[in-house]
Design a protein around this ligand. Sequence first.
Ligand code: KDG
Ligand code: MG
Length: 409
Amino acid sequence: MRIDRAEVIVTSPDRNFVTLRLTTDDGLVGLGDATLNGRELAVVAYLQEHVVPLLMGKDAHRIEDTWQFLYRSAYWRRGPVTMAAIAAVDVALWDLKAKAAGMPLYQLLGGASRDRLLAYGHASGRDLPELFDSIRKHQGLGYRAIRIQTSVPGLNAIYGVAAQAQSSGKRYDYEPAQRADLPKEEDWDTRAYLGHLPSVLEAVRAEFGPDLPLLHDCHHRLTPIQAAKLGKSLEPFDLFWLEDCTPAENQDGLRLVRQHTTTPLAIGEVFNTVWDYQTLIKDQLIDYVRSAVTHAGGISPMRKIMDYAAQYQIKSGIHGPTDISPVGMAAALHLDLAIHNFGIQEFMPHGDLTNAVFEQSFTFTRGYLHPGERPGLGVDLEVDEAGKYPYQTAYLPFNRLQDGTVHDW
Ligand code: KDG
Ligand code: MG
């Protein structure tokens, strides 16, 4: 089974996606997600110029060897562009191997460790009535665990909070992504946020009771001592996790947070190798690993990260917003089903246009995901449909403080 063709397909149905499509000499097709939100074309160039030529004629069964070759031969290791490109190759090769075996991919990873995968969805609101509506709407869709994001009085717009009432029927503002020539500027005030958030979670607990698992994403906006204070103040509301409470590059920052709070901590959506977790896992400074298969080099290294984490009872919480394509989501689901230390899976459904480009076998039923039983990943790329939606420039937003200082968004 040798690689005969490698195509990099860019499509923008509801937002931009980059997909690597490998075809073997015996006619099998394997897919890998290489989408890096806001920097998509850098990965396209990395793949097209530097990876595709190296894949021609290679034995598609040699997944680990190909991964090590791409990682080590480049010399310039790690980084989101490199690791998204390598991830796409790794996932496409797993897809091919599983198709060649005639099995769903999770079977090759050791088989199912559970029957279904608990998912969490994103509720948000500009005030409590809107937030409660959004939570009810998610419960109506079947979600059994819900991320809570809220506006803060005095701030105009906050990333992660829908810009319209979800009862309006409009989709949450991750999709369509912010297509524009320049990133949108938003504002931020940490003191206002820290003062407001606990009252929102208190109100949600009072309305929805003690049993609903609640999550919250801080988006790297706090200093370690601010994050420690927040974790402590949220303890009465029993969060499932507090995510990215402080910028993840400073691993010792998490030590400080940990010393002050028993609120469980999740981190890692911007990580791309096991090295980013070395201290965090060994010193048990986190509870959940948040990397995406798409951004952490693929299924092979994610498996290694999760096996390392398992020694310390740290679980998975694989990143799954809509900037992970259905191919990347399917890869996550196969891994989730196979590993013992699965925690929860983030799941934001894609829009209809995206789902028409990527035909999928995975299911979401009564709050649980399953990758399906089709051989491989269980996702097909409809190439003609993809061709209808050319790339569009899109950026993530950014924050400035009141005095004009750029801040983490
Ligand atoms: O591209 C950025 C998004 O993937 C990210 O902002 C989503 O924080 C996110 C999450 O937890 O899903
Ligand atoms: Mg996040």
